[in-house]
Design a protein around this ligand. Structure first.
Ligand SMILES: *[C@@H]1O[C@H](CO)[C@@H](O)[C@H](O)[C@H]1NC(C)=O
Ligand SMILES: *[C@@H]1O[C@H](CO)[C@@H](O)[C@H](O)[C@H]1NC(C)=O
Length: 426
């Protein structure tokens, strides 16, 4: 317990700005020391011993610190553009035969008109390159590592992409359910485990029905709804933080899903310390409460050296109405920048406005925490063409999940780029 609290304390101290300024100072020291050395080398009478010693101590002092958000994001992967490369198909990571692909997401398998085309669009960040990560190198580098995805079906979509990419280069896989996971696999040759912990709200929730004995909610006239305990993690992932070495969290879609959490017929009823929160608060305030409790819960229960990410919101692309109002997404190309603003600007309050609203809540709650932010919203906002649409096999268009192979492959490239930076700086 003591070491855990220590670790928590330690992470808190390493706020991004603090750590990045230290890094910056260290870099300046290093550069000036190198300059000094090169000057000394021209003068044979001076011994270089002193500066060299300094070189070894100065930069190493940052070793052991939790890598910070800014450290791992010298390149802003979120600004850039999608470029069509007709020959990119040849370097595909996996195909429609990967068994883990949920049927509704298998756009090549279900002959979606642009299913194959999707892998020919490559994300080019403005300031740098985003290489397709090398699965074999990844397996070798993260040998003996547990990686957990915790969140809703969009995190499962990302998990499946990672699984299929790795499976293609390493076939010896054990399927199991570690630490309460919905699904999980160990790549036996490398002892690398990846798993998906299903949770919609992060917090535990379940049906609530008015008691005949009465109570605070009953006396306000509530008959039924969903009880959401803002301070209790869902059982599907409560053990995940102490099991995994790397975790990727998300939540978002369910907070703006009135079809399940109908404000009148089945509202979200928030509970804190076992008591109903009165007066009742709307879902977006409930989201803030949940994040306020779950972020420190994760920080306190992880083992020292664990790396934690929070993934930003995955955009939906319903046009002409929401999913239950006949909305669809039948585009064959990414949106232009202007169209992206029409879809997502908060001021316009369109069908898919929750994308950026969720992010506002996340950024506010994560500020000062030891989470790395995995920003995938911006690059995904362009991709109205990359959802299963009618190929999803549902009565309505699926403009929320992503075809596989597809966009979440790029999310994993961003994820691995962050990991490579974090682990090479240790
Ligand atoms: C496999 O990896 C896990 C997680 O790091 C570790 O606890 C375990 O000891 C490893 N097993 C072997 C055989 O190395
Ligand atoms: C946004 O639009 C919805 C209906 O589509 C409406 O209920 C809500 O009040 C609007 N919000 C704002 C801030 O205008």
């Amino acid at each position: 317990m003591a070491t855990r609290e220590n670790n928590h304390h330690h992470s808190k101290k390493t706020t991004p700005s603090f750590s990045s300024s230290r890094l910056f100072i260290s870099l300046i020291c290093l550069v000036s020391l190198l300059l000094v050395i090169s000057l000394f080398k021209t003068s044979p009478r001076e011994t270089p011993t002193q500066p060299e010693q300094n070189i070894q101590t100065a930069p190493l002092q940052t070793g052991g610190d939790t890598p910070s958000l800014t450290l791992s994001s010298d390149c802003d992967y979120s600004e850039g553009q999608w470029i069509y490369n007709p020959t990119a198909e040849k370097s595909f990571r996996y195909d429609q035969t990967c068994k883990e692909i949920f049927k509704g997401w298998n756009c090549i398998g279900s002959n979606k008109f642009n299913g194959i085309d999707l892998v020919k669009w490559l994300w080019k960040p403005s300031q740098c390159e985003l290489p397709q990560f090398d699965p074999l190198l990844f397996l070798k580098r993260f040998r003996n590592t547990n990686i957990g995805f915790v969140g809703d079906s969009l995190n499962r979509n990302m998990f499946v992409s990672l699984f299929c990419t790795l499976k293609r280069v390493s076939n010896d896989v054990k399927k199991w359910r570690p630490a309460g996971a919905d699904r999980g696999f160990t790549f036996l040759s490398y002892n690398l485990t990846i798993s998906y912990h299903r949770t919609n709200l992060l917090a535990r929730y379940g049906r609530w029905v008015a008691s005949t004995n009465g109570g605070p909610l009953e006396s306000l006239g509530y008959k039924e709804g969903y009880r959401v305990d803002v301070d209790i993690p869902d059982g599907t992932w409560e053990k995940a933080p102490s099991f995994h070495d790397i975790l990727i969290f998300n939540t978002g879609h369910w907070w703006w899903a009135p079809s399940k959490f109908d404000p009148l017929k089945s509202p979200m009823l928030f509970f804190e310390k076992g008591n109903p929160v009165i007066p009742l608060v709307p879902p977006d305030v409930g989201l803030d409460m949940v994040l306020k409790h779950m972020i420190p819960y994760v920080e306190k229960t992880i083992r020292p050296g664990t790396t934690i990410f929070f993934r930003t919101q995955s955009p939906r692309h319903f046009e002409g109405g929401d999913w239950d109002q006949g909305g669809s997404c039948q585009r064959s190309q990414p949106l232009s920048s202007e169209e992206v603003e029409e879809f997502f600007s908060v001021g316009r309050n369109g069908t898919n406005v929750e994308t950026r609203l969720v992010n506002e809540h996340l950024y506010k709650a994560l500020k000062g925490s030891s989470f790395h932010i995995l920003e995938i919203t911006r690059l995904s906002e362009y991709r109205a063409d990359a959802h299963p649409s009618t190929a999803g096999g549902k009565k309505h268009d699926d403009c929320m999940h992503w075809c596989l192979p597809g966009i979440t492959d790029t999310w994993n490239d961003v994820f691995v780029a962050h990991l490579n930076r974090i682990y090479s700086s240790n």
